[in-house]
Design a protein around this ligand. Structure first.
Ligand SMILES: [Zn+2]
Length: 94
């Protein structure tokens, strides 16, 4: 079980990880749950393919090399903003 905040009314709803769609009890709006994205291996592959170093990719993404290292070793999830930036940089869907 984890908590998910309704994007419409900002009320926390408890959901089980099995559900990908939930309905807010307060405003009845349906939301699609975004599971945390761990794509470390894919980022390392893309980086090697494009011959980009970890520190220069981190700089391009506006994050620290330490944080990128955590993402690449799946210790930190990718955020929507980073997914978008990586998609633009490498012209791929992450
Ligand atoms: Zn709601």
């Amino acid at each position: 079980m984890h908590k998910f905040k309704c994007t419409i009314c900002n009320i926390s709803v408890k959901v089980t990880s099995k559900h990908t769609r939930i309905m807010c009890a307060a405003c009845s709006s349906e939301m699609v749950l975004q599971p945390k994205t761990f794509k470390g291996g894919q980022i390392i592959s893309l980086r090697h393919l494009h011959k980009v170093t970890q520190s220069s990719l981190a700089e391009s993404l506006g994050i620290s090399a330490g944080y990128l290292s955590k993402i690449e070793t799946n210790l930190a999830p990718l955020t929507d903003v980073l997914i978008e930036k990586l998609g633009e940089m490498f012209k791929v869907a992450i």
